[in-house]
Design a protein around this ligand. Structure first.
Ligand code: DX5
Length: 227
């Protein structure tokens, strides 16, 4: 059974000189939670938010934070990002030599463990860890930067993961998230394929009618796609 639609911003396009105000504005715009794209400059060719940056923003809003850990060493970093206020950590299957252990460690630290798949990684990579996660992220771009084009050939993979989740017996507990190129012209395809948590960065910040309109418009389009 599909989970409720959630519209979740990536903070990547925000004004980093005033992140407290930016997360407060996102909450006011009606987002369900906020995603921090954590990048180490190794797993992806970009370097972004340390735990202290996230900790400083935590006090400026009340919606949950999740960290999309585009890093090679999530085991080393997990506790600091949980302590900074991220309730969910999404690690990449491709970055984890011992993915089952990494996910278990995150849960033991009090976080909610989740796993991401890059576009070339098959859904089968996560079939033996579904008991450890509350979310699976199917990337619809190659990670590292915002503003990239949506990879529509990921839609069959989204549907395959949705089927896996439902057949696991935890389909009503595990979120299916997509990230990358989600906007007014692409969100319907992702939602119809089975995604219920939709990450948007550029599409939110480039809406001429503002964040609140962007969030409500994307939410309406996702609901229309699954009606
Ligand atoms: C890629 C990032 C982006 C970002 C959203 O590593 O994870 O996908 O969150 O980018 P947009 O919504 O601008 O494509």
């Amino acid at each position: 059974m599909a989970r409720p639609i959630q519209i979740v911003p990536s903070v990547l396009p925000a004004d980093f000189s005033k992140l407290g105000e930016e997360v407060a504005a996102l909450e006011a715009a009606g987002v369900d939670l906020i995603q921090w794209d954590v990048m180490d400059g190794q797993f992806v060719p970009n370097l972004t938010f340390g735990p202290d940056v996230i900790k400083s923003a935590r006090q400026h809003c009340t919606v949950p934070f999740e960290a999309h850990m585009m890093v090679y060493t999530p085991d080393v970093m997990a506790k600091d990002y949980i302590d900074a206020g991220c309730s969910r950590l999404i690690v990449h299957a491709e970055a984890c030599t011992h993915l089952h252990r990494t996910l278990g460690n995150i849960n033991e630290l009090g976080g909610n463990a989740a796993v991401a798949l890059n576009p070339a990684t098959p859904a089968s990579a996560i079939e033996h860890v579904l008991d450890l996660v509350d979310l699976v992220l199917v990337m619809t771009v190659n990670p590292g930067f915002g503003g990239q084009a949506y990879i529509s050939t990921m839609e069959p993979k989204i549907a395959e993961v949705r089927k896996m989740l439902d057949e696991s017996g935890r389909g009503d507990e595990i979120e299916l998230e997509v990230d990358g190129g989600i906007g007014p012209n692409t969100i319907a395809g992702a939602a119809a394929a089975g995604a219920n948590v939709l990450i948007a960065g550029s599409a939110l910040y480039r809406d001429p009618e503002g964040l609140e309109h962007a969030v409500s418009d994307l939410r309406a389009r996702a609901h229309a796609a699954i009606a």
